[in-house]
Design a protein around this ligand. Structure first.
Ligand SMILES: CC(C)(COP(=O)(O)OP(=O)(O)OC[C@H]1O[C@@H](n2cnc3c(N)ncnc32)[C@H](O)[C@@H]1OP(=O)(O)O)[C@@H](O)C(=O)NCCC(=O)NCCS
Length: 170
């Protein structure tokens, strides 16, 4: 897709990031919050972005179209020295842009960043019926590790989650 810029988030993106998070929250049942459910104040989001920037095992990437955030991916590394080489991954693309390979572009770039940060493992959980995300993660080399039974609760229903991992240095 043309005119999509991918770059690391800065504290100046905090307000736009809150708008984006509230939009994507209402577009699927697969994120931690629903529509308008992202209630963290702008100063809190700025602190989170700065903390990610300062950590040597974390990164937040955003994709922008005409100045608006349309997708975001985050690697969140563990602070403990014994887990420091691992990070959890989250990603969401705005619905208008699904199936246009923006997820693929963001995943490709964030895995490259993970290698640059000398991470050894990326881990994630995905709801078992989220077929697009599962297809994307498998395409990017993630393996199924196991299942958390009845891990997710949305729309009055408990769902299983698949645990996945990508090893960067096998
Ligand atoms: C999951 C998500 C990030 C994918 O982003 P995207 O930009 O649409 O991803 P891409 O277009 O790069 O790739 C999507 C892949 O899923 C496949 N796909 C889409 N719908 C599918 C379905 N119902 N069943 C199987 N595969 C499907 C596409 O064919 C594509 O695979 P391909 O590249 O081999 O053709 C996006 O759908 C999203 O943000 N969903 C809501 C939030 C979410 O679920 N985040 C993940 C939480 S774990």
């Amino acid at each position: 897709m043309e005119n999509i810029i991918i770059r690391e988030a800065t504290v100046d993106d905090a307000e736009e990031m809150i708008s984006y998070l509230n939009i994507v929250g209402g577009e699927s049942d697969n994120l931690m919050h629903g529509a308008e459910g992202f209630k963290v104040p702008v100063e809190g989001v700025k602190r989170r972005i700065q903390a990610s920037h300062d950590a040597d095992n974390s990164v937040i990437l955003i994709a922008l179209a005409e100045g608006e955030i349309i997708a975001r991916a985050e690697l969140s590394g563990y602070p403990s020295s014994r887990l420091h080489h691992n990070a959890t991954l989250s990603i969401a693309v705005r619905k208008d842009y699904w199936n246009k390979k923006i997820g693929t572009r963001l995943m490709t770039e964030i895995i490259e960043r993970a290698r640059e940060l000398n991470l050894r493992n990326i881990e994630l959980e995905v709801i078992a019926d989220n077929m697009a995300a599962i297809a994307l993660y498998h395409k990017m080399g993630f393996s199924d590790i196991g299942v958390y039974k009845k891990w997710w609760f949305a729309n009055n229903t408990y769902s299983d989650a698949i645990i996945m991992q990508k090893c960067l240095y096998e």
